[in-house]
Write a new protein. Structure first.
Length: 120
């Protein structure tokens, strides 16, 4: 059983800490239930009326990504980069970061995050 560290009021994510006396290791775990996001994505993806298209067909809602996963992607993106080259904000305007995210959204591994049957 772990010690509760934090509950994010926006996402509902729960952060706990557990200490292993044998290995003297500390584990911090962040858990977020995202079923409601995945269900909404599936509904939008399968929408026969194509509500994911913009009013003038110029803006498409293509995905919903849980914040916990978005920050995990940012950590993965920053691996191997120098401190100065790392991104701090997942919402920044950076072409390389956008290609990284779009690659994730277009992969089959993360297809449940898409809200539209399009290639980003």
């Amino acid at each position: 059983m772990g010690v509760l560290l934090d509950i994010d009021p926006l996402t509902g994510a729960v952060e706990t800490m557990q200490y292993d006396h044998v290995s003297k290791g500390l584990t911090i775990t962040r858990t977020e239930h995202v079923d409601h996001i995945l269900d909404a994505n599936t509904h939008s993806y399968n929408d026969a009326g194509q509500a994911w298209r913009g009013q003038d067909n110029d803006f498409w809602h293509v995905g919903r990504i849980p914040l916990t996963l978005l920050f995990a992607w940012l950590q993965e993106f920053n691996q191997g980069r120098t401190e100065d080259a790392r991104l701090r904000d997942p919402f920044c305007d950076n072409d390389e970061w956008e290609r990284f995210m779009y690659g994730r959204l277009n992969s089959n591994e993360f297809r449940k995050l898409k809200t539209a049957p399009v290639h980003v």
